[in-house]
Design a protein. Sequence first.
Length: 206
Amino acid sequence: MIYSSKLIEDAVREFSRLPGIGKKTALRMVLQLLRMDETDVDEFTNAISRMRHEIKFCKTCHNVSDSDVCMICVNPGRNRAQVCVVETLRDVIAIESTQQYSGLYHVLGGIISPLDGIGPEQLNISTLHDRVKETGVTELIMALSPTIEGDTTVYYIARQVKDLPVTITTIARGIAFGGELEFADEMTLARSIAKRLPIENYVTLK
């Protein structure tokens, strides 16, 4: 693709670095920015810059936050006895959009995947253990994607907390095995949360 402006070419290159954005889509975005008022473009770019530089991660659940503790964790209306364990912040957004869950979250930051060099020590598992041990958590809801890696992570966490007074459940398998949680529709995800099952239905703890 040939550009008449190096500035446009550079902008297109940067937009096309985003996942799912090709050169043609990036060019449409850049041209749209050219049609916008300069003040609106400044607000757009400032919002992105502020987000990247000022975003924090909740000290309690590792979700993204504007402060040291996220809005979900400080909300007095949430059920503090339930903690939904998810892989990424995208899963928090997906579950919250169902409006069917009122407990807290714990974002692992990934799942155990030896082939990718990701072990338990790279994930937020130790802080999850501490939350269960030190707070009034009575149920861990494992809402990880139903893949081999997801099930391995569930099994590992279950072993880590098996001596603590906490019930471990998993979301119902309305989500197909091998599927990604973030791509599940809201109705299926809501049903899976509501119909969660004991962990013993899937793995045997020894």
